[in-house]
Ligand binder design. Structure first.
Ligand code: ADP
Ligand code: MG
Length: 294
């Protein structure tokens, strides 16, 4: 047996350790982008985040949309915040000051507020303005297994910041509707440019088909069309149109706590399992290791 094996054995004597425990892990960062509004970027980032957290993984959801939909979906009122993403990006406040707890132990939020609407203009004059978010997240990357960035419905500077920060890729939600693919070539082009100039690791990590209505032929046609366009990226799991998913945000809840037995919840649970299998190569049970905060 080699000397190094012995010394590592001695070092760990009497302790139960996993080999990976000595490796400093940093978060896998994904952003959820599509410049079209209403395609379920926020719904997917929030609910996928909740189910990934329910496996015991530590998840941070970053809301980069001035409309603050992800923030309110997690029961946080942007008007009562003293520190939000704006202060971190524009005023250089430590990101730790803005981290906000949610009702789930393993799910934290970096909230947005309406003043983020002015951020794109204010960022324009800043050096390395495309990397502000990536730099802001670095100090907390070791605290999390996953960081999910929910993007606004545009291809502006906030979205570019998300694409630049995304170490593990972009996930594109696509609504199963007429003209679903419209505009996607523009997004794909933007992704290519960001990869060439700002983030060489950027890839399309997945395409999620959302709001599928099984009663129409159109839905099935769109599914086939999107699968032809993104043959390797589309997740098998399709998110159905489900009224519970649209109700949950107004109660400030994820679907996991609002209606865990609904078809929408089942779909996001299946998507989380498929996502983790793709990201880590492991099968997981959603056992809700993540406890609600008392
Ligand atoms: N699968 C679904 N079934 C029904 N309503 C949905 C579903 N997914 C999203 N919605 C609703 O559609 C609207 C747009 O979704 P949202 O996630 O806010 O899109 P985006 O972030 O892309 O603008 C929201 O009101 C949301 O609650
Ligand atoms: Mg949104």
């Amino acid at each position: 047996m080699s000397r190094s094996r012995w010394s590592s054995r001695n070092f760990n004597e009497g302790r139960i350790t996993h080999p990976s425990i000595h490796i400093i892990m940093t978060a896998r960062i994904y952003c959820f982008a599509n410049q079209k509004g209403g395609v379920a970027k926020t719904t997917t980032a929030v609910n996928l985040g909740a189910y990934v957290a329910a496996t015991g993984r530590r998840v941070l959801l970053v809301d980069t949309d001035p409309q603050s939909n992800a923030t309110t979906s997690l029961g946080v009122n942007p008007r009562t915040l003293t520190t939000s993403l704006y202060d971190v990006l524009i005023d250089g406040r430590p990101v730790q000051d803005a981290l906000t707890l949610t009702e789930w132990m393993n799910l934290d939020l970096l909230p947005s507020s309406t003043d983020l609407a002015g951020a794109e203009v204010e960022m324009a004059g800043v050096m390395a303005r495309e990397r502000l978010l990536a730099r802001s997240l670095a100090p907390v990357a070791e605290k999390y297994d996953y960081i999910f960035i929910d993007e606004p419905p545009s291809l502006g500077l906030l979205t570019i910041n998300g694409l630049t920060a995304a170490t593990h890729g972009v996930i594109i939600p696509v609504q199963c509707e007429y003209l679903a693919l419209e505009g996607l070539s523009l997004l794909v082009n933007t992704i290519r440019q960001v990869r060439e100039i700002l983030n060489e690791h950027l890839k399309i990590a997945g395409v999620v088909l959302t709001m599928y209505d099984a009663r129409t032929n159109l839905g099935q046609d769109v599914v086939e069309e999107v699968r032809r366009f993104f043959p390797n990226e589309v997740f098998q799991t399709i998110i159905p149109r489900n009224v519970r998913l649209s109700e949950a945000p107004s109660h400030g809840k994820t679907i996991l706590s609002y209606a865990p037995m609904s078809a929408g919840a089942m779909a996001y649970q299946a998507l989380a399992q498929e996502f983790i299998l793709r990201a880590e190569g492991v099968r997981t049970d959603i056992v809700s290791l993540s406890q609600p905060r008392a």
